[in-house]
Design a protein around this ligand. Sequence first.
Ligand code: HPA
Length: 269
Amino acid sequence: MNHQLRDYAEMTLAARGLSPRVALVLGSGLNDVADRLTDAVELPFGSVPDMGASSVPGHRGVLLLGRWVGVPVLVFAGRLHYYEGYPWRRVVQPIHIAHELGASILMATNAAGGIRADLAPGDLMAITGHIDATRPNWWQTLAVSNSPYAASLRDILHAAATSLGFSLPVGVYAQLTGPNYETPAEIRAFRTMGADAVGMSTGREIEIAAALGMECAALSCITNKAAGLGEGPIHHAEVIEAGQRVKARLIALLEAVLKCLAERDEPEA
Ligand code: HPA
């Protein structure tokens, strides 16, 4: 990682007595998590070496350092996508930054199309496993390996959702490269393969984070019925709008999870 950035980040965090425990990589429309943080410092992605500014409407793209319910966090509000023309190395750079700065937990969120019948726009889904369809000939290499999604964090997600009065469905997420939404035929194929939701991020980030030894969780915000399952074509504006609608609940859930984590790792004497 770029030394200037590390020096800057370390200096900034040290000045506040912070070492980030949790990294949050947040998808569309979650920029106002910034309002929840205390002692926050904000860096636009464009000023973070090897990141670059996000070009997708709804993804402002800032790195925030601060505390959320007292927990030191590093928040990537927005992300870079492969479909914007960034190489994978750049897409997963936030994970390397988070790991180098000492975060041991990664929580990622995304917008996704719902494939399973019970997943409707506005729902949240905890990811239990993913299908990485971003690599050439990926269907030939689909490996059955241990899930990189930590069961321990999923338990906390469920407890947090219950404390807020809702239940949290779980499911398998398929990551495709985009930029286009899928065809109805592709969605039928992915449903047959076991995908419950589909999107254009997260899987590759989680793979790197798990390989680096981080404890990982991810949440999909279902913004639309996947192609062929709703009425008419999918529009980006509809995805953004549904993301906005679910935002308050997602932020409340993340906050409740952070409270649980604080209690788990630092139980009161
Ligand atoms: N497909 C892929 N990515 C998405 C979708 C979808 O239907 N909705 C939000 N992101």
